[in-house]
Every structure is written in C-alpha cells, then in structure tokens.
Design a protein around this ligand. Structure first.
Ligand SMILES: [Zn+2]
Length: 252
C-alpha cells in the first residue's frame, strides 16, 4: 500500500495549472515548504476550492509523487477569511507569505517559522496591533529564526556599551560604536536599537505599546528591509511595493 502522509499546512502561494487544477506552495509542519498538485479544484462546486486558497490552513493527507505531493484529502482548519476584509490586511498578509516563501528552501522543516506565521496572521486578522509593528515584528523575528539575528547587545567589534552614537552594519549584521563604525554602517538612534530587540523578543500582541512614532518605525523598517534583502540575497520583494504605497499614503 502507498504511504500516506499527514500534516497541517498553510497555502502560501497558489497558481493555476491547466484547465481545472492548481499548484499550491504549502508551508507544512512536518515536511517544510512543499509543492502540492491540487487536481480538479477549479471545477465548479469543488469542495476543495476553500483549502486551495492562499492563507488557508488545513490538515492534509498527502501522497508523494515524483515532482509533487498529491492531496488524498484535506480538512480546512482556518481560511483566514477576515484577512480579506481590507486591502491593508491582504497586503500585509501577502507580504508575510512572500517573505516566508523567499526565505525557506524547499523541504526544510522549521516549525518555529510555521508557528510564527500562524500567530502573525491571527494578530493581523484581529487587528489589535498597528500594521507597521506587525510588519517589523514579522521581519525581525523571521530573519532571526533563519539564522541572521542582528547582534544588538553591544559593539560587535570592541564590545563596548559606551558610545555617543551607534551605527548598524548590514554586512556584519549588528551594531558598531563610533570608534568601530565603517563607511557602510548607518547611523541608528539608540532607542531604535532597543526597539529592534523588542520586535525580536516580544510576542506580537505586545508590540504596539511604546513611544516610538510611526514615521521613525517606517525609517527603521527601511533599514531592516535592506538587511533582509542583503541576507537573503533578493533584489526585490514585489508584494512589498503594494504595501509601501499603502504605508506612504497613510502610515498606521
Ligand atoms: Zn566598537
């Protein structure tokens, strides 16, 4: 008998294949990021349509083929339907999925990232945390979980805690004091250094309780974004461009 594989997973990308099918990129608990062929899901009245949508979380029973996994059955757990309530929520959600897709190689298992994504989407749906805080929290937690946690304890080179001004070095991935700064390192307000640690360490629902204003957070985001681009070696994250327009028109 053919082996069947059971796992919970969330659809992070979905593209149409031939007349009625879809190829789903699914981040799963047990097998990491995998590609699933969802045959016939585009047929009218297909029950499978719900679990083949982006953001949907389901319990899948799969079998492994040569190029794809195939669905034997699936039970929808959460469609994250409320993300579809507003363009802002959708844009933030798509950005999260895109970042996860770009940062995890196929079949690499990372349960911490899986859980973090689910918690982030739940917070986004509930909308109790500002979008910019969710975005920064997500970016910094993600980059830390894949092994590029920024070093923020003291100067990376000489380990002093004392400096009149601080600089973030994207290449080295941490802060430098005024004596050790390089040509490439960028000035960073010390309160932003603390803020970065908070984004990495605090749960999402505690991220908005602070005194840093939105404009400063947006600036901090630009630095973190460059850091992510450098570490992941990606030139552009398309879904960010949509989100960027929304942020620049009204930062919330
Ligand atoms: Zn130093």
């Amino acid at each position: 008998m053919e082996e069947t594989l059971k796992t919970e997973g969330i659809v992070i990308k979905s593209s149409r294949f031939k007349e009625n099918s879809k190829i789903l990129t699914v981040l799963t608990q047990r097998f990491g990021k995998i590609n699933i062929m969802a045959q016939g899901v585009m047929k009218p009245n297909s029950k499978a349509l719900a679990y083949s949508e982006v953001f949907s979380t389901s319990e899948f029973i799969l079998k492994k083929g040569r190029n794809f996994y195939y669905i034997i059955s699936a039970d929808l757990i959460n469609s994250h339907y409320f993300l579809r309530e507003s363009i802002e929520k959708m844009a933030v959600g798509f950005y999260f999925l895109d970042l996860v897709d770009k940062s995890i190689p196929e079949e690499e298992i990372n349960i911490k990232i899986y859980n973090m994504l689910i918690v982030a989407l739940n917070n986004l749906e509930g909308r109790e945390v500002d979008y910019i805080d969710l975005v920064l929290g997500f970016e910094l937690k993600l980059i830390s979980l894949i092994g590029y946690k920024p070093y923020l304890v003291n100067c990376m080179d000489c380990h002093t805690n004392n400096s009149n001004s601080w600089y973030f070095d994207i290449e080295q991935g941490g802060i430098l004091c005024s004596n050790c700064k390089t040509k490439e390192s960028k000035y960073i307000d010390y309160k932003h250094v603390n803020k970065m640690s908070r984004y990495i360490n605090l749960p999402f629902n505690e991220l908005s309780n602070d005194t840093v204003n939105s404009e400063d957070k947006y600036k901090l985001h630009n630095l973190v974004y460059k850091y992510i681009q450098t570490k992941l070696d990606i030139r552009e994250i398309k879904s960010w461009n949509i989100l960027k327009d929304l942020f620049e028109n009204s930062i919330t």
